[in-house]
Design a protein around this ligand. Structure first.
Ligand SMILES: [Zn+2]
Length: 445
């Protein structure tokens, strides 16, 4: 434990955490109009600091001919060009972090960088507290209780497992155990059997690996009262499989290192509430206009507490669908209907169609004899389908899969099949089953 962590473990910090959580919880009772005004005021304050202290943002606003004080309503946001990870990668950090902040005092997260170079995301300690609270509020809203013991996975944690050692965990409150994403699935299961967490938060790929490991062995499955999916997309087959195997109900939490928690699946509404007191989430159609109710679009987000490294109109690369109804549970936060997946995971065909990942899950996941599968778009006209099959896989299954994928993609696409693939477990990565290799910048042509 380093010095900063030890300081952060003391009582005053916990008091500030409780005060912060009380403030976030109060948003539940803010009228929608008050929430919008609060959001706009926080946006203008963040933008003013970013333009004053961060060269990258000063330049962008200057080029757009805008000043933060010119922002009168959310319609004005459209004049600021969206940014993305690729705008920051390769630049010196002092161009996009605040001149008033000492990076050595910041908490830093590394994005996993599925398509290459990772990016460091910095938070001031007080902003990191808010980052954590956006997640804690979402867990609580989805039914996690103070006495529950939550297990999670971390790619930057090499020890396995580690339980937080704060004073309140010793009286049985807010226990959290982190497993290393680099350890083996058997060691995760050993740790779970010993420490008995009763809630689990991880991504769809890790859930599948855990389920496979339990099913392939004679050991009993660990049981949980709540399961949280923290990857953008969990397919219906995996959701049903882990609910049966591990007990509990799956709730989706959506967010990123750049933004904290952005949205959470509401047990009362059947959609996803957007944390609109800590973020501005815009859902933009390809022409740059805001999606309407029931329409899909790309998430562009402003993190309202990102003062060390401002995240303003930042395209996360995720596709979501806006709900076409108002919340019914009492929370004033607007709703998303669904999370559709990463934009890079959509196949983009030469005839202009784009195909989301879900239909492939419906084709492959229930098929007997298919152990693992992966679909990769390698050029505008070619898709590679790799399957790792088991003995039960037969000619009839093969013909059915080929016909289903041909139906989905249409006659104009060349489909390259590999029925004898060996697909890696790939621990520590997101294990995406559908990948647009072209979007990852590794096209073969
Ligand atoms: Zn709700």
């Amino acid at each position: 434990m380093n010095t900063r962590e030890r300081r952060a473990g003391g009582l005053p910090v916990t008091v500030r955490q409780i005060a912060g959580l009380a403030d976030l919880s109060a948003s539940r009772y803010r009228p929608a109009g008050a929430l919008r005004r609060l959001q706009l005021a926080r946006f203008r304050r963040l933008a003013a600091e970013a333009v004053r202290d961060v060269p990258f943002h000063r330049e962008r606003w200057r080029e757009a001919g805008l000043r933060p004080e010119d922002i009168r309503s959310f319609d004005d946001l459209a004049n600021i060009p969206p940014m993305s990870r690729s705008d920051l990668r390769g630049r010196p950090e002092n161009e996009y972090t605040s001149a008033r902040i000492d990076p050595s005092l910041c908490r830093t997260f590394m994005t996993s960088g599925t398509s290459g170079v990772p990016l460091s995301i910095h938070y001031r300690p007080e902003d990191e507290r808010l980052f954590n609270l956006t997640w804690i509020r979402a867990y609580r809203a989805c039914g996690l209780r103070a006495r529950d013991h939550l297990a999670a996975f971390q790619a930057d944690e090499r020890r396995d497992p580690v339980t937080n050692g704060r004073w309140y965990t010793r009286i049985g409150l807010w226990r959290r155990t982190v497993f290393s994403a680099w350890a083996s699935p058997e060691s995760w299961l050993d740790g779970m059997a010993r420490l008995r967490p009763n809630a689990l938060a991880t991504d769809a790929g890790t859930y599948r690996i855990l389920a496979e490991t339990v099913e392939a062995s004679s050991r009993p499955a660990p049981r949980f009262r709540r399961l949280f999916n923290v990857s953008i997309l969990i397919d219906p087959a995996t959701r049903a499989r882990i609910e049966t195997l591990f007990g509990g109900t799956v709730f989706d939490l959506y967010g990123s290192f750049e933004t904290g928690c952005l949205a959470w699946e509401c047990p009362g509404c059947g959609g996803y509430h957007i944390n609109s007191d800590t973020a501005v989430v815009e859902i933009l159609k390809p022409d740059g206009r805001e999606a309407g109710p029931g329409e899909a679009g790309e998430v562009v987000v402003t993190n309202l507490f990102s003062t060390a490294m401002p995240i303003i109109r930042y395209a996360l690369g995720d596709i979501v669908v806006k709900a076409d109804r108002e919340p019914a549970c009492g929370w004033p936060f607007p709703l998303l209907r669904s999370l559709e997946g990463r934009k890079d995971d959509f196949l983009r065909l030469a005839d202009g169609r784009s195909i989301p990942p879900q239909p492939f899950h419906h084709i492959f996941a229930p098929r007997i004899g298919v152990r693992r599968w992966r679909v990769e778009q390698v050029s505008s006209g070619r898709v590679r389908v790799a399957l790792e099959t088991e003995r039960e896989f037969n000619e009839a299954s093969r013909a059915l899969l080929q016909a289903s994928v041909r139906d989905l993609l249409g006659a104009g696409v060349e489909i390259v099949w590999d029925f004898a693939a060996r697909l890696p477990d790939d621990p520590g990565s997101k294990r995406r089953a559908v990948v647009n290799v072209m979007a990852d910048g590794r096209a073969e042509e």
